[in-house]
Design a protein. Structure first.
Length: 93
């Protein structure tokens, strides 16, 4: 049985595509999680007010501050933007 150049080219192209696809599967979880921090917000990345990632020193400080604010009486807590009772929009009827 002879192999035509077209069949050989198809086999090589298939092998190349399979190798490229299997290379994408080798990305580990840490690399894929870190990529979100480098994508601009306009392209679907993390917003500017996103909390820090778990496992970092910033996250531990963030959680301590949240716990401290949670333990304070509601009347003494500082107002955060967006927490007012009214959104500033008129109701839709």
């Amino acid at each position: 049985m002879t192999v035509s150049p077209q069949k050989l080219a198809m086999w090589l192209a298939s092998a190349l595509l399979a190798g490229a696809l299997s290379g994408c599967a080798s990305l580990n979880q840490k690399a894929s999680e870190a990529m979100g921090a480098y994508i601009p917000q306009w392209a679907g990345g993390l917003p500017a007010d996103a909390p820090p990632r778990p496992g970092t020193p910033e996250y531990d400080a963030y959680m301590k501050e949240r716990e401290r604010l949670r333990m304070m009486p509601a009347a003494e807590r500082p107002k955060q933007p967006g927490q007012s009772g009214q959104s500033g929009l008129d109701p839709v009827h």
